[in-house]
Design a protein around this ligand. Structure first.
Ligand code: SAM
Length: 351
């Protein structure tokens, strides 16, 4: 996630923010493109083919295509351009973005290399590639991000949900299925796009789910996602500081709060730092401001025998564990949990 000063330890610690919503992973075989090959014909690769002289002079990232360029040529050219501006997923990004422009799947692209792009397609694709060259996250360019198999709308008002956070959903669902009797009340604190709250509501419709956020902008996105993704009422979103807007204590409190320390923030990859909301990432000198305040608010907001599940940075595991053990009333259990890459990523408290 760091541009210049990362060390292996930094990379582990901040793993979820090493990438944004970029089209990371899962590159399928079957592409016939040859990134090393020289494109010819109508696609200009070396310096781009500016649609007007001014735009290329003003914007070093500007790139364009000529009407009639084939899918194959467009992909080769775009991937080359993206790799120059250090997109680690250049080939995949170029495919995902062209598939988006053409409203087709990536496999359709591979089967239609000779398909010629219209002028409108060329313009839209060139615009997206130009923006990606400026390191705008792919998820924002597409306006969506898959999380736990659901398609969430995302834009710069919300953090792009990360795959690591899916583990939190697993833990919440396990807590819900361990409880029977009256409906379980779940609170997702710092809900952002609503990814955790909505996924829980979809998979456990019997639960009563709240999502809180300090950002009204984020809650607008969460509300859009709720309307589209939850067949029934879904979560109730409330604006305010941490647990304070909750109208009742919760049985399960889940939170992926900001946990980036001030010093780490300035070193984040520009995809993250320049595009994702600072309020979703920054958490003071140690990166613990929000988590510490959440723990302080717990006594009146968690039910007896309630559980609290927090995503943290691996370097924060021990200190958050100690802070939790010092709480009064004292939790009956405090434990750390590793993510699927083996890094300490979650703290669980049970009362
Ligand atoms: C790391 S993002 C997580 C978003 C979402 N839960 C996810 O996992 O994708 C943190 C969220 O906490 C919100 N937030 C920051 N400070 C807050 C506060 N004092 N009270 C409530 N929410 C806050 C931010 O607006 C942001 O949406």
């Amino acid at each position: 996630m760091f541009e210049h000063r990362e060390s292996p330890a930094d990379r582990d610690r901040l793993a979820p923010y090493l990438t944004t919503g970029n089209s990371d992973g899962n590159f399928e075989g079957g592409s016939r493109q040859n990134e090393g090959g020289r494109p010819n014909g109508r696609v200009e690769v070396g310096g781009g083919e500016p649609s007007s002289q001014n735009s290329s002079q003003e914007d070093p990232f500007h790139w364009s295509l000529t009407q009639g360029t084939t899918v194959g040529r467009a992909l080769i050219s775009a991937a080359q351009r993206l790799s120059v501006t250090s997109s680690e997923t250049a080939r995949l990004d170029s495919q995902v973005l062209l598939a988006h422009v053409l409203s087709q799947s990536r496999s359709w692209l591979f089967a239609h290399h000779e398909h010629e792009l219209s002028e409108v397609d060329c313009r839209r694709y060139a615009d997206l590639i130009t923006r990606r060259r400026r390191r705008e996250p792919v998820a924002y360019l597409l306006g969506r991000k898959e999380f736990y198999g659901l398609d969430f709308a995302v834009d710069p008002r919300v953090l792009i949900p990360r795959p690591e956070t899916e583990l939190l959903v697993d833990l919440v669902l396990a807590q819900i299925s361990d409880r029977s009797g009256r409906p379980v009340v779940v609170a997702d604190v710092g809900t952002g796009s609503g990814a955790i709250a909505i996924t829980v509501a979809v998979h456990a419709p019997e639960a009563k789910v709240y999502g809180t956020d300090i950002s009204q902008d984020a809650l607008e996105v969460a509300e859009e996602n709720r309307k589209r993704l939850t067949p029934e009422a879904g979560p109730l979103f409330l604006e305010g500081d941490l647990l304070s807007p909750l109208p009742e204590p919760a049985d399960v409190i889940v939170a992926n709060l900001p946990y980036i320390a001030d010093e780490e923030y300035s070193g984040l990859q520009s995809d993250v730092r320049d595009y994702e909301p600072g309020v979703a990432l920054k958490a003071g000198v140690e990166g613990l401001d929000l988590i510490e305040r959440l723990l302080e608010q717990l006594p009146t907001k968690v039910q007896p025998r309630g559980a609290v599940l927090l995503e943290i940075s691996p370097r924060q595991g021990e200190v958050v564990q100690r802070m939790a053990q010092d709480l009064r009333p004292k939790p009956s259990y405090v434990g750390l949990r590793r993510d699927y890459s083996g890094l300490v990523r979650m703290v669980t408290l049970e009362f």
